[in-house]
Design a protein around this ligand. Structure first.
Ligand code: ARG
Ligand code: GLU
Length: 724
């Protein structure tokens, strides 16, 4: 019966060279300029032409890729708008449909009919329709004599005009333009995007598969996670983007990906096509120093406090486990990444390497009499010194003050009321209380505030109010007067006992009043009174400074990039990631994480069984998987008597590449990118080809889980699967 699912696929016959070149596959390339990299890709085995990847003239791979929910990547895999992304990318949606009775996180979810596909209020997917180099238009009229303020004013005006022109005749609800600088403003690119607003959940494996290994294995290899979920894009009857409506129909995409069930071999070419978020490859040593020695350690510490509370409370109560699962995953993910990143940067000696580079650069600038470059590094270092306290304060506000759910909620609610009125505020409140467990939040408040005031002591002037030394202990309940000497346990008690915003019913009653009245009640609430001075201080005395210093820094970085392109002319340059569509390529390869240890590039279902342990939450697999394994019922998805689960390759990826298609030499789907290896998480700053690897789930494991665990083979009818 499965024969029907496989299509005959024709390939160009090209003999692969036997040698596996070891090379640095660093770089995140702009699709529009990919023709420049085609020769290198061919060398690694690719058979793709530039037009297959990006074309304005015909449907191509780009037309199957979406920015999923703004933070992940997804790809269309059927002519009926079926979309695949990671389980962790659909996690919030899967959770939002889950209750203790219908726990889709725990048990998985499979829509058996189109009617059962679940709409998601705020989920969107965005296609890139066109990109263009608009540097000339953006810099139109800019002269060397202009002051930077004039220059930026003109650039902003030009960007506005170009955007307006591009959007003419298009419905702005569904089309948008982004014009973003590359290389700190040395170039500008325009992106015209089309956004679909009716995206429904189609399927997800149980978390014990989709999040197998949990946060224990997160950011690590060897890995065995079936990190996928399925959605469907719906459009109006005219196939155009539309708001949710029961009358919408499955979207017919310009292109959808063919799936390759052939699997990977070490050395195989792979390409990742998606939306990496942010990298900083060209920053100066002080930026890395700040990250590794100041920012990361303190953020990690604050998040450890939060996670300990959540983990403990979630383990006690299944309802709380669901409520906090998505929050916990989010907090934990960066917490762990920062640890890997810090370690990786230290191991790679990045700071010393950068310092050495800066010394050599300085020498060169002096020796070659490049006046315009001589003061560059000192000026940038000076700006970093100015920036650091504001940056640190801003991060601490985010990681401590705004990490308290009640305070963030109070602040949100007030601004929603001001901007959108009571109906929208009531919605915000309902969403908040659905996943709110007061004891967790209250304990976190106490822990974080205590730590926050300690960390802020050297920069106490960036706290709200002036907290002169020796100020008397703020009376508990005196919410506008916090000082370093506040007794936060006492304060927590009175805050959480007196605020109406800890209680669903009281909050709803409050929001049922007319909006002026509701607003004044919220402004009087202790939670709002407590958070408001922080919000104000941040808005008036921290963010403006950061913006201003960064503006100056960016100007110097614009010159810095030109300078290092001249100084280091052999180096390969690519623009830092900025949440725009990129191509990266490499080959399937293991690596050595430590002396005398070598990791293979492929993991199998046997490894799942080795980790399986019903007593450990992260390693407790579904009984059905155990049963299938016992009889080795792997169907069409086995190779060498087992099932490949994940593989690693040398593709240069970042956060946001989650869910990105991993494509073979013919552009067929081999798997989904979902992570990086522990030793290589510093690649946003320094890509070390010997240890930087991206981790993908093999598409054959996805199909295996769909068929054998989800019993969802009815979806296979829609797919184009090549076996040969
Ligand atoms: N580390 C991957 C990424 O950055 C996977 C995250 C999944 N979440 C988790 N907490 N395990 O998104
Ligand atoms: N899991 C990450 C994401 O959500 C991708 C891993 C990475 O940062 O490389 O995008």
């Amino acid at each position: 019966m499965f024969k029907n699912f496989f299509r005959t696929c024709f390939f160009f016959l090209v003999l692969l060279s036997q040698a596996l070149p070891i090379r640095a596959d660093e770089g995140m390339w702009l699709p529009m300029l990919i023709h420049q990299k085609i020769p290198q890709m061919k060398e690694l085995g690719s058979r793709l032409a530039a037009e297959d990847i990006y074309s304005m003239n015909r449907a191509c791979l780009k037309d199957a890729i979406v920015h999923f929910g703004g933070g992940c990547t997804g790809e269309v895999i059927s002519a009926e708008g079926l979309l695949i992304t990671n389980h962790h990318c659909g996690y919030g949606q899967i959770q939002s449909h889950s209750t203790v009775e219908h726990d889709y996180l725990k048990d998985g979810f499979w829509a058996r009919t189109r009617q059962e596909e679940l709409p998601n209020k705020t989920l969107t997917v965005t296609f890139l329709r066109k990109m263009e180099d608009v540097t000339q238009q953006v810099l139109e009229g800019v002269t060397a004599q202009m002051s930077e303020v004039e220059r930026q004013g003109l650039i902003d005006a030009n960007i506005k005009t170009i955007s307006e022109q591009t959007l003419q005749g298009l419905d702005r609800k569904f089309y948008s333009v982004r014009i973003t600088p590359a290389y700190y403003g040395n170039q500008y690119f325009l992106y015209l995007n089309e956004t679909f607003r009716d995206v429904r959940l189609v399927g997800a494996p149980p978390s014990s598969i989709g999040k197998f290994g949990g946060d224990t294995d997160n950011w690590m290899w060897p890995r065995h996670t079936g990190d996928f979920s399925l959605f469907r894009i719906y459009a109006g009857p005219d196939n155009q983007p539309a708001d949710y409506s029961p009358d919408n129909v499955p979207y017919r995409p310009r292109h959808h990906l063919t799936i390759s069930a052939k699997g990977v071999q070490p050395g195989d070419f792979t390409m990742v096509y998606g939306y990496p978020g942010r990298t900083q490859q060209y920053v100066l040593s002080p930026a890395v120093d700040y990250l590794v020695n100041h920012s990361n350690p303190q953020k990690i510490r604050l998040r450890t406090l939060r996670l300990d509370v959540m983990n403990r409370e979630q383990a006690k109560d299944p309802a709380v486990r669901i409520q906090y699962s998505s929050k916990n995953a989010g907090v934990s993910n960066s917490w762990k990444k920062w640890q890997g990143e810090t370690r990786g940067i230290i191991n790679a000696g990045t700071i010393a390497k950068k310092q050495d580079f800066e010394r050599r650069f300085q020498q060169w600038a002096v020796d070659s009499g490049r006046q315009e470059y001589i003061n560059l590094i000192p000026a940038m270092k000076e700006l970093y010194c100015q920036l650091e306290p504001y940056m640190f304060a801003s991060e601490m506000y985010t990681e401590a003050v705004m990490a308290v759910e009640l305070l963030r909620f109070a602040s949100n609610l007030e601004s929603t009321l001001v901007r959108n009125g009571t109906a929208r505020a009531a919605e915000v409140a309902r969403d908040f209380f659905k996943d709110y467990f007061l004891p967790i939040d209250r304990e976190i408040f106490e822990l974080l505030f205590t730590e926050f005031y300690r960390l802020m002591e050297p920069i106490a002037h960036l706290l709200p109010g002036d907290a002169p030394e020796g100020q008397p202990l703020a009376a508990a309940g005196d919410f506008d007067q916090l000082t370093t000497a506040t007794d936060f346990a006492q304060l927590a008690a009175s805050l959480y006992n007196t605020s109406a915003l800890t209680d669903r019913q009281k909050t709803m009653e409050l929001l049922a009043k007319d909006s002026a009245q509701a607003l004044s009640l919220i402004r009087e609430d202790p939670a709002f009174r407590l958070v408001s001075p922080f919000v104000e201080k941040n808005r008036t005395a921290i963010q403006p400074q950061i913006t201003e210093i960064n503006r100056e820094l960016n100007l110097l970085y614009r010159t810095w990039i030109q300078a290092i392109m001249e100084f280091d002319s052999d180096r390969i340059f690519y623009p830092d990631a900025n949440s725009t569509l990129r191509v990266t390529y490499g080959t399937v390869q293991g690596y050595s994480p430590a002396d005398a240890v070598m990791y293979l590039p492929v993991s199998t279902i046997d490894g799942i069984m080795q980790k399986d342990d019903p007593n450990i939450f992260d390693y407790d697999i579904p009984q059905s998987l155990r049963d299938i394994y016992t009889v080795r019922d792997f169907g069409h998805w086995s190779s060498n008597g087992t099932v490949t689960v994940c593989f690693i390759a040398t593709n240069h990826t970042s956060g946001g590449n989650s869910g990105s298609p991993v494509l073979n030499a013919d552009g067929h789907l081999l798997g989904l990118n979902f992570d990086r290896v522990w030793e290589g998480t510093m690649s946003d700053i320094e890509f070390d080809p010997s240890v930087c690897r991206n981790i993908s789930v093999d598409i054959r494991y996805v199909l295996f889980v769909m068929e054998k665990i989800g019993k969802a083979e009815y979806l296979f009818k829609e797919l184009d699967i090549c076996k040969e």
